[in-house]
Write a protein that binds this ligand. Structure first.
Ligand SMILES: Cc1ncc(COP(=O)(O)O)c(C=O)c1O
Length: 449
């Protein structure tokens, strides 16, 4: 790749290595709205179309092999097709995939979550993290009798109406059209400043503060532990609930997520991704008195006036329950975390050295088993923005590495050899983008989140 000097050479290589993906994407655009089923899977000039995956690897329809750092958008802490997950799901398929009734596995799944995250007294299951944060907000509103939710600029909590506020700059414009102004007006998106939170909570109308505890965009714009500790103190003072959105950090930053090592006890925790072992699934857990809003009591005044209704066809479905319980049990003792955190640390250091060697002022950062790359040299959600960022993403694909937006996740399936291969791929990819002069052209393309 370092010989690629002609303008657009990276993109030309990408196009010639991915002709079948290109053709499939033409069909995708005719069949799928926007040509993808998740916004972040779309990238220029067209996305790769994957055929299969195993361990730390995946392959596209062109036959290219990748070291995968998307890892199911962070869900696959054990890698693709880990035997523990596969055995649990295979074993369950023959026993039924939907009972339309309660079952033993969902109880064991909830018990396992509560064992790993002591702030959780009761659990309710969903199919996605979006549903989980939506429910957590509703629980807080029902519990406190207040409407306002305080969130933070840049923090992502899914795609439901309330979560569209204050996610991307300019923060005044919601990330989605079609959200009523009245709905948006109940959400206040603040900078991560405890004095502003204090003033906001002093109004006395905030049901909850919700936060990505490791910072916006799964830690792309990190916050200090002291900030989250401050939120805990301030919310308690104002009878406002604290919701830790641990959809990404949960079960990844430790077996007890962000909160256990940080020593912070939230009122509610939202979970998805790892919680369901790589299948669709999510949960809200927390204080029994708050979660009790979901309880049917057989009293009209409560059931029709105080209670939160919550159906959902696939809630706690047996396949997700089987995968979730098996994977959580497997990682509960922290051995997997010790392994992947060490690999994550090595990857961050080695990739930083690559950028330094090429004299590109990029920053590679992160915690535990995730990493982010920011070409501006400052923590940012849009770390691979601009022409250089787009070219680097393509060049990495050309070299057999697939990131998710501006970083990725290390799994238990990744090895030292995978890390070494990734570092070599970055070296070639950074060289190819540098050869096109794109880093120099990019002054400060990455907008701070
Ligand atoms: C912190 C956070 N909350 C909520 C969500 C939404 O989860 P889902 O994509 O399962 O709806 C995400 C998704 O990435 C997330 O990162």
């Amino acid at each position: 790749m370092s010989a690629a000097t002609a303008t657009g050479a990276v993109e030309q290589s990408f196009a010639s290595q991915h002709a079948d993906s290109s053709a499939a994407h033409v069909r995708a655009r005719a069949a799928l709205a926007g040509g993808v089923t998740h916004d972040t899977r779309l990238h220029a000039p067209f996305p790769i179309i994957v055929s299969h995956a195993q361990g730390a690897r995946k392959w596209d329809v062109d036959g290219n092999e990748y070291v995968d750092y998307t890892m199911g958008h962070g869900a696959l802490i054990l890698g693709h097709g880990h035997p523990v997950m596969v055995a649990a799901v295979r074993g369950q398929i023959d026993r039924g995939t939907h009972y339309g009734a309660g079952h033993e596995l969902e109880i064991r799944w909830a018990e396992q979550i509560a064992r790993m995250v002591p702030s959780i007294e009761l659990v309710r299951f969903f199919s996605s993290g979006t549903e989980a944060t939506h429910m957590a907000m509703r629980l807080a509103r029902a519990h406190t009798g207040r409407d306002r939710i305080v969130k933070f600029q840049g923090h992502f909590h899914g795609w439901h109406d309330y979560a569209t506020v204050g996610v991307e700059q300019p923060f005044e414009i919601p990330t989605s059209a079609g959200v009523p102004a009245a709905t948006r007006s109940t959400i206040t998106a603040l900078p991560t400043d405890l004095e502003l939170v204090r003033a906001e909570l002093a109004r006395g109308d905030a049901a909850a503060v919700i936060v990505e505890p490791n910072g916006a965009g799964w830690g792309a714009v990190p916050v200090e532990r002291a900030f989250v500790q401050g939120l805990r103190r301030l919310t308690a003072e104002h009878d406002t609930l604290l919701i830790l959105d641990e959809v990404v950090s949960g079960f990844r930053m430790s077996p007890g997520g962000f909160q256990v090592p940080a020593g912070i006890t939230p009122d509610l925790t939202t979970m998805a991704k790892i919680v369901a072992g790589g299948l669709p699934g999510a949960a809200v857990g927390g204080r029994a008195d708050v979660m009790a809003r979901l309880e049917k009591r057989g009293e009209a005044a409560w059931d029709r006036g105080q209670r939160i209704a919550h159906p959902g066809t696939y809630n706690g479905n047996p396949l997700s329950a089987a995968a979730g319980r098996a994977v959580l049990e497997h990682i509960a003792d922290g051995a997997v975390h010790r392994q992947i955190d060490a690999l994550g640390e090595r990857l961050r250091q080695d990739l930083q050295e690559v950028f330094d060697r090429h004299d590109v002022g990029a920053l590679v950062y992160g915690e535990t088993s995730y990493f982010h790359v920011s070409l501006s040299g400052r923590p940012a959600k849009a770390g691979l923005a601009g022409a250089a960022g787009a070219a680097l993403g393509q060049a990495l694909l050309n070299e057999g590495v697939h990131l998710i937006s501006n970083g990725g996740f290390v799994s238990a399936a990744h090895t030292d050899a995978d890390i070494a291969q990734t570092v070599t791929a970055f070296d070639a990819a950074v060289g190819a983008v540098a050869a096109e002069g794109l880093f120099a052209a990019e002054t400060d393309g990455a907008a701070a989140a």
